[in-house]
Design a protein around this ligand. Structure first.
Ligand SMILES: [Zn+2]
Length: 95
């Protein structure tokens, strides 16, 4: 789980999921109310985790697996993505 780099509090899963839906470049720490920026590597890792079940799509088609199982794997990937979030005080350039 992400840890605020200012107050050192570790965010809960629920707080982190809520912050995942914030589409600003920064998120506000629920403890100290200061700006925190998701690190570029954690943004990339979270994006990769959320789309990773897409790699299973050929298997689902090939073995005629039920669609709810695919949806469940997307949900599981989304539910696990907060574990990959890392925070920073400073915004780093993308490149
Ligand atoms: Zn904080």
């Amino acid at each position: 789980m992400p840890q605020c780099q200012r107050c050192q509090n570790t965010w809960t899963w629920k707080e982190t999921i809520k912050k995942s839906f914030v589409f600003k470049y920064y998120v506000i720490c629920p403890y100290c109310k200061e700006k925190q920026v998701r690190t570029n590597s954690s943004k990339q890792n979270m994006s990769m985790a959320v789309v990773s079940p897409s790699w299973l799509l050929p298997l689902f088609i090939l073995f005629d697996l039920p669609l709810p199982l695919l949806l469940l794997s997307y949900f599981a990937a989304f539910a696990l993505s907060p574990f990959l979030m890392k925070l920073s005080n400073e915004d780093a350039p993308l490149w």
